[in-house]
Design a protein around this ligand. Sequence first.
Ligand code: TMP
Ligand code: ASP
Length: 235
Amino acid sequence: MEKTVQLYEGKAKKVFATSDENLCIVDYKDDATAFNGEKKGTIVGKGVVNNRMTNHLMQLLEKNGIPTHFVKELSDRETLVKKVKIVPLEVIVRNITAGSLSKRLGVPEGVKLSRPVIEYSYKDDALGDPMVNEYHIFAMNFATPEELSEIAGYALKVNEVLSAYLLEHGIELVDFKLEFGKTSDGKIVLADEISPDTCRLWDSETHKKLDKDRFRRDLGGVEDAYLEVYRRLLG
Ligand code: TMP
Ligand code: ASP
């Protein structure tokens, strides 16, 4: 399958059409941004890590009953995926306090939550992806109640499967962001990526950050952290 026209260029990926109207090719870049594009940089090799890690985890999730957009890995940075219409929500799942939850609720990072927390943001860069709740989502027709309950069910199942799998590899899944899409036949599937860009991943022994927070917070060792996660899961 070959790329035809570029459909979209995002902050970390490009999406191309193919000769099959139901399939696209995603091409992962090394570009990194944070704080809604305010901070820009490059994480050398990130595109390869994120592409291969995403595909590895999507296949694990498929085996566990979660439908995904994954079709076939084409190269280090390119993957064939089902064409979907993205549901305009970032679905965030949290197991341990960190990031914006710690800020919002005034709790230190690293406190285990007594149950997982789901949050939704409306995907709109110009607005800075504002947090929304079910009432906004239904009133604004971002998703129907049926679609959202399916999405939330998948998100919690993804959390169970990935938390257990990552822990086997010495990684704590602190929190993560998912995106879902709708295929041409109306089915909701997991889309986008699952990578150190979109998850907080801490070493389960030392609690060392092995994710994009190293870039966001200028902690150094960014490339090494991405490679360490890659090595543990695919090495
Ligand atoms: P937050 O604590 O900043 O709200 O982030 C929660 C999780 O979502 C964290 O694992 C990082 C991920 N995330 C993204 O993937 N994209 C984003 O634009 C943001 C803000 C967070
Ligand atoms: N990728 C997002 C941006 O550039 C934010 C983040 O991941 O922190 O806005």
